[in-house]
Design a protein around this ligand. Structure first.
Ligand code: SF4
Length: 474
């Protein structure tokens, strides 16, 4: 029996080095015992086979096996090294295609383990909740999470992409990871008490979660499958769930019994003022909170939340529809081709972009993958409704004198579903709170016009619409 002691039980390179040496020595899987950690008296003999033995050629194994092994090694089950070595042995001793036999016990075990690891990664992406800790140098966001498997280094790049502009740490019992805006570093494990319990934005998040909860769509088992109860203890919104489930039937009965509402035709609805309790502070607080929004499915495939930008005391707020591919990557609204056309039109109208506050109706990029391309897809009514509190909160904070809506989605968010852009374009409408607003086309519409002359005329019309803002700019 040979005992192999691994320093890091999750590292493919280390496991592979040992496995190749075992194969070269002809060690049967049943003659190998795998252990993790430095065990006194065992380590020197088998710790570094590559150091004191010549490189051994053991033949190649399918790339598919290495990929599977890499994922399986993140699993917490102590049998993983032995099962993988048994598979490797079989592949190199007459069963090269065993991976293609789904009913094989070893293959099935590895596939199940890999699936569990991938599921754990998905849950971590969905259920990490950062809490803000204010420091002299700025805010740091800290989250506590208890993964079932060794997935931290695999999931960390996702959070780097998603929260590139923030300083954050994710603490877990086994390891911690820190991002300072430039460098990702890993450290020792931590305890739950090392992470903050709540922050100033928690009340907003809870109110928001309760507001977007729809009792008519409640499916308790499906919810528990997607959001397993074991994660609830670290989710701030989990305290609301039992009460929301308990009251769902009564709320749904009330919805059924209430009289249907008939929208008034062609009468713009006023902008609602937000009913949520908002945190004190600047629009930056909202922006940071929105980075963690999970209120609709659009957050997951997108790179980041694209929140509004500009002066938080702007006299004019510009509302577009939703971010595009380039906005998603840059994390800023109106920076792609449509944004560049918009900038040129603003310049022709004599308006400085930096005097405005510019945002979108929906804050995440929705797309359909086509090969390496991401094709724009329109956010549906549910996604628009889920994102509406953020738009209303921005209007509440900036309190502009005038609003210009670019495109039908933005216009209907402000004036109501009965608004017709073609009929009411370029007409000032007084909202109930005194804000003046009008709608015009979205610059992407101009880019799509196939005829150059038509595009030229439509752009001139667009510039004339934007010129209407000059009277409220001062
Ligand atoms: S699109 Fe809006 S509601 Fe949906 S996750 Fe993004 S910020 Fe939240």
């Amino acid at each position: 029996m040979r005992v192999v002691v691994l320093h890091d039980g999750n590292d493919l390179a280390e496991w592979r080095t040992h496995a190749r040496a075992l194969l070269a020595d002809g060690l049967l899987p049943s003659d190998v015992q795998w252990q993790v950690g430095e065990i006194a008296g065992l380590l020197p003999a088998d710790a570094s086979p590559a150091d004191d033995k010549p490189a051994v050629k053991t033949g190649t194994v399918p790339r598919e096996f290495l990929s599977l092994a890499d994922t399986v090694l993140a699993h917490a089950d102590a049998r993983r090294h032995a099962v993988l070595y048994r598979l490797l042995w079989r592949m190199t001793h007459g069963e090269r295609h065993v991976l293609g036999i789904a009913s094989d016990d070893d293959v099935a075990w590895c596939e199940q383990a890999a699936k569990a690891v991938r599921r754990d990664m998905h849950k971590m992406k969905a259920f990490v909740r950062f809490r803000e800790v204010k420091q002299l140098e700025g805010s740091v966001f800290i989250a506590w999470f208890e993964p079932s498997h060794a997935i931290l280094s695999r999931v960390a790049p996702f959070f780097v992409r998603r929260f590139a502009g923030m300083h954050w740490s994710i603490l877990t019992p086994a390891r911690s990871v820190h991002w300072d805006g430039q460098t990702l570093t890993f450290g020792a494990g931590a305890q739950k008490g090392d992470a903050p319990n709540e922050d100033a934005l928690e009340a907003l998040w809870l109110t928001y979660f309760a507001n977007v909860f729809n009792p008519a769509r409640l499916k308790v088992q499906a919810m528990k499958n997607e959001m397993p109860v074991r994660y609830w203890k670290n989710l701030p919104e989990a305290v609301l769930i039992p009460g929301l489930i308990r009251d769902a039937t009564a709320r749904m009965d009330a919805m059924v019994q209430s009289a249907p509402t008939t929208p008034k035709k062609h009468i713009p609805a006023p902008v609602e003022r937000i009913a949520m309790s908002l945190p004190d502070g600047s629009i930056d607080a909202l922006r940071r909170q929105a980075q963690q929004c999970r209120a609709c499915p659009l957050w997951e495939p997108a790179t980041q939340t694209v929140f509004g930008e500009g002066r938080d005391d702007a006299r004019v707020m510009v509302i577009g529809e939703q971010p595009g591919d380039q906005e998603d990557l840059a994390g800023r609204p109106f920076v792609g081709p449509a944004g560049q056309l918009f900038d040129r039109a603003l310049a022709q109208a004599g308006i400085a972009r930096d005097a405005l506050y510019i945002t979108n109706t929906v804050k995440h990029f929705k797309f359909e993958p086509r090969g390496k391309r991401r094709l724009h897809a329109r956010a549906n009514a549910q996604e628009q409704a889920a994102c509406r509190p953020w738009l209303l909160a921005e209007i509440e904070r900036v309190a502009p004198k005038a609003i210009v809506c670019l495109g039908a989605m933005a216009a209907q968010a402000i004036f109501g579903r009965s608004f017709r852009l073609l009929e009411q374009r370029g007409q000032w409408i007084d909202l109930d709170d005194g804000t003046r607003a009008f709608a015009t086309v979205h610059p992407s519409y101009l880019l799509r016009l196939p005829d150059e002359r038509a595009r030229h005329e439509a752009t001139a019309h667009f510039v004339r619409d934007l010129s209407m803002l000059c009277e409220v700019m001062t």
